[in-house]
Design a protein around this ligand. Structure first.
Ligand code: SF4
Length: 282
């Protein structure tokens, strides 16, 4: 990776451009107005695989129903999954529920957060940064694209982006720095058509409009399985009693339903008894 000084401006100027753009043009999102680690964690878990526009109403609804870690711990898993079902990737809700049942308070350190179920290195660093002001280095897709294109001329790998973030990031304004990069990635440095003409770091950017060929597209099959899994949970969320597997299969009209019901049962997301499936009652 090139040294930082390969960039045409000093790191301080680079940082200042990004931070002052954020003060003028950053997105006002509800999870950025709180330092409550539980709320920050809920937002980060929701944002892991879902777009901001879909997370916004879900985040507000979920926190109205479960405003604290304690409230979440007291709810049956089935109820949590019901609230979550529109978002998909229901394992995220199960893991949040497990975290709430096992912890009266959330840990303050990256290592402590990283040890929680379903919380990986990225989410642990993001929560430590946004809730506790820890000067951690981390990178989501937007940060990988912005820092990578600006410094390397292409989207960075995870490891490269974290290293660039560690070299360039603001330690004093760590939350603003990361929010700013995420917003530049989401609103200006689009994957397909970046709006370089309005970008605050265009003078420093090395991107020539061509991404490296090696970045592979996602396989479509996993996505299909995920859609069917989501449909199963949504169907069950509408019923308080068990639903026969055959009825589910007809309703969803997909031959994978019986197999995926077994997978969901192994993961603790549904309960199966006498051929009927339901969301967990406890
Ligand atoms: S100048 Fe263009 S490619 Fe470079 S970071 Fe800004 S939007 Fe992205």
């Amino acid at each position: 990776m090139p040294e930082l000084y390969d960039t045409p401006a000093s790191p301080a100027t680079f940082r200042r451009r990004i931070l002052s753009w954020y003060r003028r043009s950053g997105r006002d999102l509800p999870w950025r107005r709180t330092r409550d680690p539980y709320r920050v964690l809920v937002s980060e878990v929701m944002l892991q695989q879902t777009q901001v526009s879909r997370v916004l109403p879900a985040y507000r609804r979920f926190l109205r129903r479960f405003p604290t870690l304690r409230a979440l711990s007291r709810a049956p898993l089935g109820e949590v999954l019901r609230e979550w079902s529109g978002l998909g990737y229901n394992r995220r809700a199960r893991d949040l529920h497990r975290i709430a049942r096992a912890n009266a308070f959330l840990p303050r350190t990256v290592a402590g957060l990283d040890a929680l179920p379903g919380v990986g290195a990225y989410t642990a660093s993001a929560v430590a940064c946004f809730a506790f002001d820890e000067p951690t280095s981390f990178a989501d897709t937007n940060i990988r694209r912005v820092l990578g294109r600006a410094i390397l001329g292409r989207t960075a790998t995870d490891r490269e982006a974290v290293e660039l973030d560690a070299r360039l990031g603001s330690k004093r304004e760590t939350a603003r720095w990361h929010h700013a990069l995420m917003d530049i990635g989401a609103t200006i440095c689009h994957a397909k058509r970046p709006r370089c003409e309005v970008c605050p770091i265009r003078a420093f950017c090395d991107y020539d409009g061509v991404e490296a060929q090696s970045q592979r597209k996602r396989a479509p099959f996993g996505a299909s399985d995920r859609r069917v899994r989501g449909a199963i949970v949504r169907h069950l969320a509408m019923s308080t009693r068990g639903v026969k597997v055959s009825v589910l299969r007809r309703g969803i009209n997909d031959p994978r339903v019986p197999r995926l019901v077994l997978v969901l049962a192994r993961e603790g997301l549904v309960e199966v008894s006498s051929g009927s499936v339901r969301l967990p009652a406890r």
